[in-house]
Design a protein around this ligand. Structure first.
Ligand SMILES: [Zn+2]
Length: 369
């Protein structure tokens, strides 16, 4: 093997591989600061509501917030004025309660699945209204459940009782409230619900919500932090989840990289991802996925145990399974190495500390409940 080839291997390896060592930072000379000031995203207030969300005008008649003046609502492609008005009622009820913005998306997605945002008089069995809630199950009288504001508020009340709902995938949060016979049906509406919420409530001024809310990639303890003194080149956090645990997209976006990256440190040959790596003998991220999100954010998920469940170019929604936890590449045991990058920069220079970033986006890392 020529020197040139070896040099190429070293450079390409270092650009994306040596995620758990100090050499990436050294190579790029980056790593000063974590870039927090470069990103200013949603910061939950003490009450748990999104900053600024409560400044919206509460409905003058809380029993009918959907009675907004005709023409005051935006047109949203693919939805009738009636459907948009019903989505607006759901968003207004969420603001008024208040409940964080993630809840508005969950509620609108649920109503899309249950009623296509039509405030129907009847449905399956005694189900009524936007959320197809059942009077016989204690949700309220049929007349009340046909009031979008009341129906949405009862949905939010139930959602708020679900422990850690902001960290759940949309489908899990919705299912915890609805107990549907088709729990997986909610997830497919997340993008549409996000678009409706953004159209009605305005996208986050910093773009952090332009394509969707955030969720934990795995619900697991943080075992090793970002650029600690002992591992200054550790450009992510290690989430200690068991082998085979589902890894989820942290937010909606597009898959931009799916790759096995595992190099035998002794001779630069391919180690492969069909077996576990070694902390001493293996370099690289193993099976990994990069997802590009709005506002130049990229998330990276390393050491997957099997080939990822997504392909390059695929659009994903928050909470969508993308692979399973393993120990491929430079790894001493099963875990998810999770990175967040800014400025659409996949190199170490773009990496920021995922912990404050995920807190700001309403999906703190670490084991919940
Ligand atoms: Zn790591």
């Amino acid at each position: 093997m020529s020197t040139r080839v070896l040099a190429w291997i070293a450079i390409t390896a270092c650009t994306v591989i040596l995620l758990c060592t100090g050499s990436v930072t050294a190579l790029f000379g980056g790593g000063s600061g974590d870039g927090i000031t470069a990103v200013s995203c949603y910061l939950p207030t003490a009450s748990g509501s999104p900053a600024g969300s409560t400044s919206g005008t509460p409905p003058s008649n809380t029993s009918s917030p959907s009675a907004a003046p005709a023409g005051s609502l935006p047109r949203v492609a693919g939805w009738s004025a009636e459907q948009v008005a019903n989505a607006a009622a759901i968003v207004t009820a969420g603001r008024y309660r208040p409940i964080p913005r993630r809840g508005w998306v969950i509620a609108v997605a649920t109503a899309i699945q249950e009623s296509s945002l039509h405030n129907s008089e009847g449905g399956d069995r005694d189900s009524v209204g936007l959320f197809q809630q059942r009077p016989s199950q204690g949700w309220g009288s049929p007349a009340k459940l046909q009031d979008p504001a009341y129906a949405a508020d009862t949905f939010y009340a139930a959602l708020d009782q679900v422990p850690g709902w902001q960290q759940l995938a949309l489908t899990e949060a919705a299912q915890a409230v609805q107990h549907s016979a088709y729990p997986d049906a909610y997830a497919k509406h997340e993008a549409a619900a996000t678009a409706l919420v953004n159209a009605l409530a305005g996208a986050d001024p910093d773009g952090c919500f332009a394509t969707g809310a955030w969720t934990q990639p795995v619900n697991a303890p943080v075992g090793s932090g970002f650029r600690t003194s002992g591992r200054p080149g550790h450009d992510g956090v290690d989430l200690i989840a068991p082998r085979g645990f589902t890894i989820r997209a942290a937010s909606a976006g597009k898959v931009i990289r799916v790759r096995c990256n595992a190099i035998d440190a002794r001779d630069g040959s391919e180690w492969g991802c069909d077996r576990d790596g070694s902390p001493e003998l293996t370099r690289g991220c193993g099976w990994y996925v990069d997802i590009a999100h709005a506002a130049g954010i990229i998330t990276r998920y390393c050491h997957m145990g099997r080939p990822p469940a997504v392909v390059v170019g695929a659009a994903v929604v928050a909470g969508q399974p993308i692979g399973v936890v393993g120990s491929t590449g430079h790894s001493s045991g099963p875990h998810l190495h999770f990175e967040v990058h800014t400025n659409a920069d996949e190199s170490t220079a773009g990496a920021i500390n995922p912990i404050p970033f995920m807190i700001r986006n309403g999906a703190p890392l670490g084991e919940m409940n």
